[in-house]
Design a protein around this ligand. Structure first.
Ligand code: CO
Length: 132
């Protein structure tokens, strides 16, 4: 069901500093910051030959990653995003197998529907599925 690894997401306390680190120190191509108010985050994508890294930082007062950063002051790996050909079919299969799907699909950073799966059902890793 899952296809390509679309991105690995890292929550960061300082998005400008993290962008500089990936651009200047590691020599990667990074996108300009993109505010995603529906998700409570601002993101930058690091473009790699085989996948992307999503750097994300809180946006607004009720950001879903605020608690994560409070527990991980230097930042940390936050989620993995896999592509699926049919997000609705994937959700229905996961629900049938007892996995917890977090909320309804939303439009993600790439303009495509995404949804998240509870980390307790996936070895402590928050999973994002993106319609490919
Ligand atoms: Co993501």
């Amino acid at each position: 069901m899952i296809g390509r690894l679309n991105h690995v997401a890292i929550a960061v306390p300082d998005l400008d500093a993290a962008s500089r680190l990936y651009h200047q120190t590691l020599g990667a191509t990074v996108t300009p910051p993109q505010a995603l108010p529906d998700h409570g985050v601002t993101v930058v994508f690091v473009t790699l030959p085989n996948t992307k890294i999503e750097l994300l930082t809180p946006l607004g007062d009720a950001s879903p990653i605020a608690g994560f950063l409070a527990r991980n002051l230097a930042g940390g790996i936050h989620h993995l995003c896999f592509e699926v050909a049919d997000l609705t079919a994937a959700r229905d299969k996961l629900l049938a197998e007892g996995a917890r799907v977090l909320g309804a699909p939303k439009i993600g950073a790439h303009g495509k529907p995404v949804l998240f799966l509870h980390p307790r059902d996936f070895n402590g890793t928050l999973i994002e599925l993106e319609q490919s």
